[in-house]
Design a protein around this ligand. Structure first.
Ligand code: HEC
Length: 284
């Protein structure tokens, strides 16, 4: 048992005396362990004896020691406790809310016409080009395609296919200076003048299959470059190379022909050929 220090006992005795409970002398002279029972045993009779003498003091002392009664809730808390809880089924519905919001938002965005054929594929393949030519073909390190620029450089799709196929490096090696229309409005584009256009042709060591390469060139001419597939001079080219019925695209996809050998399959086109050659102007 721990001993109660004398100064605490003394304070306790003084306190009791002050409250009129007696016991002040009860422990007087006793040592600490003896003091404890003496205090408690003497307190009861002393208290009853002292009761008439100091009822007020005692009454006041007791409730003060008891824990205070709980405070009444504030109106906010009362309202909180009285509120209706969210039912379990509603929790499930709330849980699905994000999905619902997502689907609703999706339904608001106009469904892009799922372009099939070369133009649909070309829009995806264009991610290989956007870093240098701009997401919307507005240009960057490489030339812009928008505003008819690419059509001015390449009145004939074959020349554009050839340039993307072999890239600046092969043109330089072959000593071909003008890869597009030599009489281009605003001046011809000279090989390497703007920078290095990578080669993309598969057999030339590039990253795209031949039908992917055709599709992205179609995308640059018709979607970004603004060629109108229903109007002269583009309608015939579009039908042959870039429409959903394109026989060239089908032949490339089927693997029977490559871009360099396409002139053996389709009569009357400008050969793309096994090596870079100078570009051409509008055909009569
Ligand atoms: C690393 C940057 C880069 C990437 C990627 C790139 N190009 Fe180019 N491109 C150029 C540069 C630079 C030129 C100018 C080349 C020159 O001056 O000879 C160019 C020129 C061209 C031209 C000629 C435009 C004109 O009007 O003269 C075409 C067409 C073209 N790129 C198509 C593509 C396609 C298609 C892709 C994606 C499959 C692509 N480019 C990806 C940098 C790039």
């Amino acid at each position: 048992m721990t001993e109660i220090p004398e100064h605490l006992l003394k304070r306790s005795r003084e306190r009791r005396a002050a409250l009129g409970l007696g016991g002040d002398d009860a422990a007087a002279g006793g040592d600490a362990p003896a003091a404890t029972p003496a205090v408690s045993s003497s307190s009861a009779p002393a208290a009853s004896a002292a009761a008439p003498a100091a009822p007020a003091g005692r009454a006041a002392a007791k409730p003060a020691a008891a824990p205070p009664p709980p405070k009444p809730d504030s109106p906010v808390v009362v309202a909180y406790k009285k509120r209706r809880r969210i039912p379990v089924w509603a929790m499930a519905a709330l849980g699905l809310m994000p999905i619902w919001v997502f689907m609703y938002a999706r339904s608001l965005t106009p469904v892009e016409e799922e372009a099939e054929g070369p133009l649909g594929l070309g829009a995806e393949i264009y991610s290989n080009c956007a870093s240098c030519h701009g997401g919307d073909g507005g240009g960057g390190v490489g030339y812009a395609f928008s505003g008819g620029s690419v059509l001015a450089t390449f009145p004939n799709i074959e020349d554009q296919l050839r340039y993307v196929y072999y890239g600046t490096g092969e043109y330089n090696l072959a000593g071909v200076e003008i890869y597009g229309d030599p009489n281009r409005e605003g001046g011809p584009h000279i090989t390497g003048e703007r920078g290095v256009m990578p080669q993309f042709g598969a057999t030339a060591g590039g990253a795209l299959t031949d039908y992917e390469l055709l599709s992205v060139v179609c995308h640059e001419r018709y979607t970004l470059g603004g060629a109108d597939p229903t109007m002269e001079p583009w309608a015939e080219e579009y039908e042959q190379w870039c429409s959903e019925e394109s026989e060239v695209f089908a032949a490339l996809e089927g693997g029977q022909y490559t871009l360099p050998t396409m002139d053996q399959f389709v009569e009357g086109i400008i050969p793309i050929g096994e090596a870079p050659v100078e570009g051409s102007g509008p055909q009569e």
